[in-house]
Design a protein. Sequence first.
Length: 145
Amino acid sequence: MTVRRFQDHRWEEVERLAYKEEGDHSKAITRQILFGEELGLQSQLRYFEIAPGGYSTLERHQHAHGVMILRGSGEVLLDHRVVAVAHRDMVSIPPMSWHQFRATRGEPLGFLCLVNRDRDRPQLPTPEELDELRRDATVRRFIRA
């Protein structure tokens, strides 16, 4: 049994990793893998933190995500809707749903994300899919691609 203490939105002995290697926006996001295969789980619990004004990649997957906001506020694109999120909100992201998170300017957005341990790689929108998403004015103003 192990107890890892939490302080300043980090857990002891849990490595803070880059969100992704590519893209300028990736520098504004960190991830920590909290639980997973070391316990024999078929899922992985991760903590992401997006810097103020930062955003995640616009993407979709064949797997679902369960997200709980732990810090700050922001917005999330869920297919064709932009929804405000804040501390303790839960976000369900079904398979093959376009999604993107953005942190409010002035504060980080931190959230837990539960996914399958074995999962597919993110799918980025094609130019045609991006055009289709941008038909809605609210979505067009929100997305960063």
